[in-house]
Ligand binder design. Sequence first.
Ligand code: PMP
Length: 400
Amino acid sequence: KSRLASVEQAPPDPILGVSEAFKADTSDLKLNLGVGAYRTEELKPLVLNVVKKAERKMIEKDENKEYLPIEGLASFRKATVELLLGADNDAIKEGRIATVQSLSGTGSLRVGAEFIGKFLPGTTAYLSNPTWGNHRNIFADAGVEWKYYSYFDPETVGLDFEGMVKDIREAPEGSVIVLHGCAHNPTGVDPTKDQWKQMADLCIEKNHLPFFDVAYQGFASGSLDEDAYAPRYFASRGIEIMIAQSYSKNLGLYGERVGALNFVLSDKETATRVLSQLKRIARALYSNPPVHGARIVAEVVGNPDMFEEWKEEMQGMAGRIKTVRQELHDHLKEIHPERDWSFILRQIGMFSFTGLTPKQVENMTNKHHIYMTKDGRISLAGLSSAKAGYLAKAMDDSVR
Ligand code: PMP
């Protein structure tokens, strides 16, 4: 008998488990709207041209595979923080930022959570309700207690801003507030600029530490600058913030695991010491980050021609998602005009939060072979124009 015989089966991941079920389905009708990964109109994964170009350059330069420093590739770290905050940002000029390259958004969040557990013990992290499912695991596994703040109002299928303000005001002074920088996952509902201002006021009043999760920069509006509005605004108000970045979606580097954790701090001396501790945390977790994806980002962001080309390709992806969003809405409106489907058009980013109940989601999958998460979220990045009508019919059938 194994000494581990009493280990219980872990539940399947609520998002990646959907892909496993999708793979096992043999129907021609099947459609995977579970995971947030971009697909072409032919529903194939896409490697951006700029990425291929950067990779060819790397081969030409005959780059080696030596270890990176613990904090990551210097040219990547420079590029990533400039992309996030703008090259002319005061905090960058004043050297008040601590940046480590880490294992995409997830790894960056985890290093941040470990830091909070170690240096701000007893601090609770507040997560939006609902949020990306992995946030809870990340903070819990790092030993950081988490709680929810109100975020989504199912009645209006919009932001419950009053509830959000109330909960964040009632959180103990100095709490960590996890905020989605743009394109909130799973709801597709973001605060307005005025609401961000009020949020910043509140964080100052309560001395909270905002921790931005920026996994979709460029994917919400199609503009990298516009999508970085919230963290840039908070930094401009002199608030100390943490920011996790991911290049999974906007550069399509999912499997390369490239991202960064940044702390914008009040002074250079603190930034230096925080960086030293981030390195200490990373060293024990994974020693140093992967080099390949970091070189791609450094090349694409650092080269003006390639940067322009990237922006065009990104707008292409964001545009295709907007088109299928509109098409899904139009099909639904045609089939079921008495129902209000306008929320689909108000939501932004890769996802639509459909309001389908777990039972209705079961019907979508079991009867129509459409795979999506139990919370009713669909990834529009996995939908094609050709399949928008089929999806609309299945949704209509499921809500009737
Ligand atoms: N945060 C949010 C809100 C996300 O949706 C995702 C990706 N689904 C991530 C972080 C992290 O993804 P990755 O680790 O691939 O960068």
